[in-house]
Design a protein around this ligand. Structure first.
Ligand code: NGQ
Ligand code: ZN
Length: 453
């Protein structure tokens, strides 16, 4: 058994900030955490430690198109016109490119303080829509990228069969996503096998959306899921809501709550467009809202009703979704800023008078993200030793401690103030850089050259 002792001057524990924290790690798992103790010789000593966050929603390949959909089209750019650009981008991706882009994206997630990713993986087929010789080729590439970078993986194989409600046939741009229920069940088995190559991977199931999956297909998928996490895109766009009402007689979140066993296993990604009744119902279900504030801003989705949802006891976690910019602190900040802009107030999402907005949001995102990815989190015995340290030499963090330090990280410094990151007790980021960053960047450069030249 490999054993290590870490010592932190300060650390954020489930109960709040603690000083002089000594943590024993056995084989990658936290064994003991003691606060208010003395450092001992041989301890690996660091300043300020935070538990690693879960990134509950990513489409890794979209990292490769960051910044390539920011030119105005002929008329009225929206989420739907962005989606056309995205479909054209993925048209030419080959397996090596998928792996190179995922390597970079996952390395950047670690550098930003995310120690586990929920990869909502729907790119399955070859460019002509036929299966690869190995039907799980691209799933294997995602698993390889998790292995290369060391990030924790919750693989979410996506079932996608239709272009819209009422079982509409898929469009040509969607041909690489498509499965039958039979071929998907084989993909799921292959994904479960591949995940065993990683130390603590989980495999959930992801019906893409109520647009891409019929109610009958959803029922079959839920049987196959067992106790595993269930992730679905829901109610991101107004048009999706009106089409859902026309086809199914209810709004997406309303329909799911009434017709599917939505509970703590579920993650409803986005859930942007909700009535007050839906907001309360989702909050009461125990499910996690998968919020992706940076992507939702980029795509013009609208604003999730965070204040009402949190007041109703709702759970949430954070996702980087399109990976337009990968930064855990910025996701937390953007969540609060969307509320400030729409409510015209400040510190809207802090727990109570006197509470720090940064800490309130961090602790909730930590718990909700881990729930959605079926992972353990926090610096507690039994959890993987997944944590980060902050760079106290960053000017934005000078003379800050505890709550003020975390608020300064979330609102001022962001990802450039992440110093070290450890996964299962092994250091994967040093001085803000993934230990294999240079190699990943070079591979990514070659992939992008082939893709975009
Ligand atoms: C996706 N992304 O699957 O990548 C989607 C776009 C869709 C977001 N919803 C495609 N943000 O929803 O049809
Ligand atoms: Zn998504």
């Amino acid at each position: 058994m490999t054993k290590a002792h870490f010592f932190f001057d300060r650390a954020l524990l489930p109960t709040g900030w603690a000083r002089d924290v000594r943590m024993r790690v056995d084989d990658g798992i936290v064994a003991t955490v003691e606060a208010g103790v003395a450092v001992r010789s041989g301890d690996l000593r660091h300043g300020v430690a935070l538990p690693g966050l879960c990134n509950l929603h990513s489409h890794a390949f979209q990292r490769g198109m960051a910044g390539l959909a920011e030119v105005r089209g002929p008329a009225g750019d929206t989420f739907w016109t962005w989606r056309e650009v995205m479909y054209r981008f993925l048209d030419r991706l080959d397996p090596d490119m998928v792996e190179a882009i995922a390597d970079l994206a996952f390395a950047e997630m670690l550098e930003a303080g995310f120690t586990r990713v929920g990869e909502f993986h729907y790119l399955h087929q070859a460019p002509d829509g036929a299966p690869y010789d190995n039907p799980a080729e691209l799933t294997d590439r995602i698993v390889a990228a998790a292995s290369d970078t060391g990030i924790g993986l919750t693989l979410l194989p996506v079932f996608y069969a239709h272009s819209d409600f009422a079982g509409a046939p898929p469009k040509p741009g969607q041909r690489r996503f498509i499965h039958t229920l039979d071929s998907f069940s084989r993909l799921l088995d292959a994904g479960r096998d591949a995940a065993r190559r990683l130390p603590d991977a989980r495999v959930g199931i992801a019906p893409h959306s109520l647009r891409a999956v019929t109610p009958e297909e959803l029922a079959v998928l839920l049987d196959a899921a067992g106790d595993a996490p269930v992730h679905i895109h829901a109610a991101e766009q107004d048009k999706e809501v009106s089409d859902c009402v026309a086809a199914l007689g209810a709004r997406p979140v309303e329909w799911l709550i009434a017709n599917a066993p939505v509970d703590a296993r579920w993650c409803l990604v986005h859930a942007t467009q909700m009535t007050a009744a839906e907001t309360n119902a989702l909050a009461g279900s125990g499910a996690v809202a998968g919020l992706c504030p940076v992507t939702e801003a980029n795509l013009g989705d609208g604003v999730f009703p965070s204040e009402a949802y949190l007041n109703a006891g709702g759970r949430f976690g954070l996702g980087t979704d399109s990976n337009i910019h990968i930064d855990a602190a910025m996701e937390l900040r953007s969540l609060e800023y969307a509320q400030r802009l729409s409510i015209k107030g400040r510190n809207v999402l802090a727990d109570a008078p006197g509470a720090s907005t940064g800490v309130s949001l961090f602790q909730k995102a930590l718990a909700g993200g881990a729930q959605a990815l079926a992972a353990d989190s926090g610096l507690v015995p039994g959890a993987p030793a997944d944590f980060l340290t902050l760079d106290e030499n960053h000017p934005s963090l000078f003379n800050r401690h505890d709550d003020a330090l975390l608020d300064s990280w979330v609102f001022a410094a962001g990802r450039e103030a992440v110093d070290g990151v450890w996964r299962r007790g092994r250091q994967v980021v040093r001085e803000g850089r993934h230990v294999r960053r240079a190699e990943f960047v070079e591979r990514y450069r070659l992939a992008l050259r082939r893709l975009l030249d």
